[in-house]
Every structure is written in C-alpha cells, then in structure tokens.
Design a binder for this molecule. Structure first.
Ligand code: EPU
Length: 454
C-alpha cells in the first residue's frame, strides 16, 4: 500500500489542466451497452475506478482499448469500446464491491438485452447508499426485478412470446436526500430504448447527467430537459456509435482551488468547469479567495486563476444536490476552514455520515465539534503534521490539503492513498509541479530496498 509524505508550508503556484471527470466517465462508459456500434470517449483520466469499470465492461461482452495520454498535463486518454457479445450480463460481486458505480450497467443492459444480473452494492465508507430509487424507476418502465443471492435480477417481460421492450412512463426519482445522480443516469439511459415517452420528475441536475444526455442525443436518443428536474425521453429503436469528449472534473478542479486557498497560493487551472462550480466558488469568494476567469470562454472549459492570502474568513456551508454545494467537496473545504479566522459551520445533507476526516483532522490540531450532520470548525492558527489515514476518496483529499498547510516536526504521513487514486490522477506529481513537497512511498519497494531485507 502506498502512502504520501508531505512537508507543508509551501505556497503553491503554477498551472494545471483539469482532467476529464471520473463521475461523468463512469455512466458514459456504461452507455456502450446500449449499442453494438463503435464507441469512443476522450479525456478519460487514468484512475482506479475507471480501470475497474473497464474490467467489468469486458466481463459484460465489451471490447475495450485504452490510449494513455503521455503528457501528465493532458485532460486524459482515449477509450475505444464496442459491445461484441450480448450474452454476458452478470456484473459480479467481485467487481461491484470495489466500485458502486457498477450499478450504472443495470439500466443499459436491461434496455438493450432485456435482462441483467447486477450484484447489489453493499454499504460503503460514506454511508448506507441504497439503490431502491434506481429499482423503483426501472420497475416503473415495466421491468420485473427481484433480489436473489445478493444479486439484482431484472427482466423485461416477453410481449406475445417475443422479447419485449421497456415502456415509457412518468417516473418520480426523489428520495429523502433529493434526487439520485446514478439513479437518474440509469433510468434515463434505459428510457432511450423504451417504447414511448418517459418523463423523469425530480431528476438529478448534476453536470454529469447533462453530459450523459448530450452524449446519448449524439447517439440518436431524444432527450430534452436535462439539467432541470424534469427530463423527457422519447424512446427510439436503436442507438448508434459516438465519439465524445468527457466534461472536465469539477471535483478535481474544486480540490485544487482548495489547495490554492489553504496554502495562500496562486494557481491557474485550465479546462476548468467554472459553470459547474458556482456554489463552491461562491463559498471561496466569501472566505476572501479571489477567482478570475475569462467570461467569454466556454464556462465548462475556462482558464481560472485562484489567489488566496493567509487571511481566510469563516463561513457557513450546507451540502445540497446541484447547483447547491457538492458533498464531494465538503471534506476538502473543511480542511481549508480549519485555518479560517473564527467559527465556520458545515452541514452535510446528502451523506449525513460522511465525516471520516473529522477525527483525522483532529490529529493534526484542528478544532472540530460534530453534532449529528453538522460540524463546527473553530479556526486555529496552524495545523501540525501527524500520521493520518482515511478510507474514503474525498476524505483522503482533505487530509492531503491539510498536510500541505501543516508545519512542525516531521512530515504529515497519509496512509492508504489507494483511496485517493480512485479519483485523482497522479496527485503527488501535480502538486509537486505547483511547488508542494510531497512524495509517494511504495511500501513494497521500500521493503525491497531496506538494508538487511532479503
Ligand atoms: N439514495 C437513496 N436511494 C437510492 C439512491 C440514492 O436513498 O436509490 C440516497 C443516497 O444514499 C444519498 C442521496 O440519495 O443520500 C444521493 O445519492 P446519489 O444516488 O445521488 O449518489 P450516487 O449517484 O450513488 C454520485 C457520485 C458520488 C456523489 C453523489 C452525490 C458517482 C460515481 N458518484 O453517487 O461521488 O457523492 O453522486 O453527488 O457519480 C465521489 O466521487 O467521491 C462520490 C462519492
């Protein structure tokens, strides 16, 4: 297992290109199951989650080749895929347990093949994460769904003894925490091949859903209203292939904005989706961070300069579905607020238990008081280095940010960075290019090099 060692205190400065979005790429990749035509995705980052999705799609009869981008500062590589065998429709627990987004294969497989078997994802480090709304949506489109031996088994009933099609319907996808992003992706993807019109009410408005709908439309789907809570899909008989560029990763961009804020840095981000980051940038602005971008450029691929001083003001922030403040940036912003001048209040309304980073930040000298889904962050003068670990992707990013600012004896050691590798490509190299003193240590190599070890 790799770890990072960081000597904090450097002001980060320089320029980075934001990678393609992990959370957009995952459901986009699954849409290959909706067609047997060639399917190309560009700006695909090199991430563990995406390699796992590649492995899963191969098991489901998809041929996949990947061209890796040589340049570390490119937005990502190219994935060329094509469905070659539609008889393999079992997404096994072995892979699903490593990556919850495997559930996104369910809707596309069901719509095109008439049946699918997908292992039911279990709980994960950030909470329970049920998939009941996905299943409710697909059932409303006419699927028969049961859970057997831990697998979701979904079938489209036969019509007059022949393979049937899903049927368009009005589907409500709201739950206790708002809509569901991957649930919307699943139902919307399935509805593209359904007979008749589907209307999704309380659809997720996230930019990743807009990207998916745009790509599906380029494949011949008829989707309107994406980006709003009501999406209408007129079903078509089949979809063609596509060559699509994945949107830039708003969470990666937001994380590097936090890196500028916590180090009083000056970072310029290219390919920055400012349009998808308004809530985050609003909070940073209220903290005293300045952000400038060209208003005439494509707001999903802008160049944005982020400058911060040592003086950060405290704020209140509540996570919400898009366009509210994203839960995927809650942990990172908390790290920054640890150094603000006063008390901040953070409330988590999407994953109410997503606070694995709180106790670890405490080990670095942060003053945090949690009450249910709210954390009061009482700003301190400095954070101090410590060994820490987190078993969640964004919590790991939070601890790295804290490490960049921590000054004292020894480095901050962040263990188990494989969680980080699920969502941030080569983060240590990207931070080094901005002037951070961070190294990745591979424990296996270290053991081989250690004196006296055979
Ligand atoms: N929910 C239900 N029932 C469902 C589905 C969701 O109750 O059937 C609840 C969830 O438990 C949660 C809320 O609804 O409280 C929202 O969950 P959602 O379904 O929107 O989450 P998701 O689609 O599984 C995606 C991202 C997450 C991100 C959330 C929220 C991907 C691959 N994952 O998950 O990203 O936090 O949306 O924005 O797109 C991450 O990148 O670190 C990450 C966890």
């Amino acid at each position: 297992m790799d770890r990072f060692e960081i000597k904090g205190g450097n002001r980060l400065a320089g320029r980075l290109t934001i990678k393609g979005s992990k959370n957009a790429a995952l459901p986009l990749m699954c849409a290959v199951l909706l067609t047997d035509k060639p399917f190309v995705l560009r700006d695909v980052p090199e991430l563990a989650d995406l390699s796992n999705m590649e492995r899963l799609l191969r098991e489901l009869g998809v041929s996949v080749t990947r061209e890796i981008a040589e340049d570390i500062d490119s937005p990502g590589g190219v994935l060329r895929m094509q469905t070659v065998d539609e008889t393999l429709s079992h997404a096994r627990y072995d892979i699903v347990r490593t990556m919850r987004a495997s559930i996104s294969t369910l809707g596309p497989m069901l719509a095109r093949r008439g049946h699918a078997r997908v292992s039911l994802p279990g709980g994960c480090a950030i909470g329970e994460r049920p998939v009941d709304i996905h299943l409710r949506g697909l059932t409303a489109l006419g699927a028969d769904i049961i859970v057997d031996q831990g697998d979701i088994i979904a079938k489209v009933p036969l019509a007059h003894g022949k393979p049937g099609r899903l049927k368009g319907a009005r589907v409500f996808l709201g739950g206790p925490f708002g809509s569901t992003v991957l649930g919307t992706a699943n139902v919307m993807s399935a509805a593209t091949l359904a007979e008749g019109t589907t209307i999704i009410e309380c659809a997720a408005c996230e930019p990743e859903i807009v990207d998916l709908a745009n790509m599906l439309n380029a494949m011949g789907a008829r989707i309107t209203g994406h980006g709003s809570p009501r999406i209408t899909i007129e079903g078509v008989r089949e979809l063609k292939g596509v060559d699509h560029r994945v949107i830039a990763d708003r969470i990666e961009a937001g994380t590097y904005m936090c890196a500028a804020a916590i180090t009083a840095g000056d970072i310029t981000l290219d390919n920055c989706p400012v349009d998808a980051l308004m809530a985050h940038m609003d909070r940073l602005h209220h903290m005293g961070v300045t952000m400038q971008w060209d208003a005439k450029a494509d707001p999903m691929r802008a160049t944005c300069r982020i400058k911060a001083s040592r003086l950060l003001k405290p704020i209140e922030v509540t996570t919400q579905p898009h366009p509210g403040f994203p839960t995927d940036l809650q942990a990172q912003l908390m790290a920054v607020l640890c150094l603000a001048e006063g008390n901040s209040v953070i409330t988590e309304r999407i994953f109410t238990e997503r606070f694995l980073h709180v106790a670890e930040l405490g080990r670095m000298g942060a003053q945090l008081y949690r009450q249910g889904s709210t954390v009061i962050v009482s700003g301190v003068r400095k954070l101090t280095p410590a060994p820490v670990m987190a078993s969640d992707l964004r919590a790991s990013a939070c601890l790295i940010l804290a490490g960049l600012a921590a000054e004292g004896n020894g480095p901050t050691v962040i263990n188990r960075v494989y969680h980080l590798d699920r969502g941030y490509e080569k983060m240590e190299l990207r931070l080094q290019s901005l002037g951070a003193d961070v190294v990745r240590i591979n424990e296996r190599e270290e053991a081989t090099l250690a004196p006296g070890v055979a």
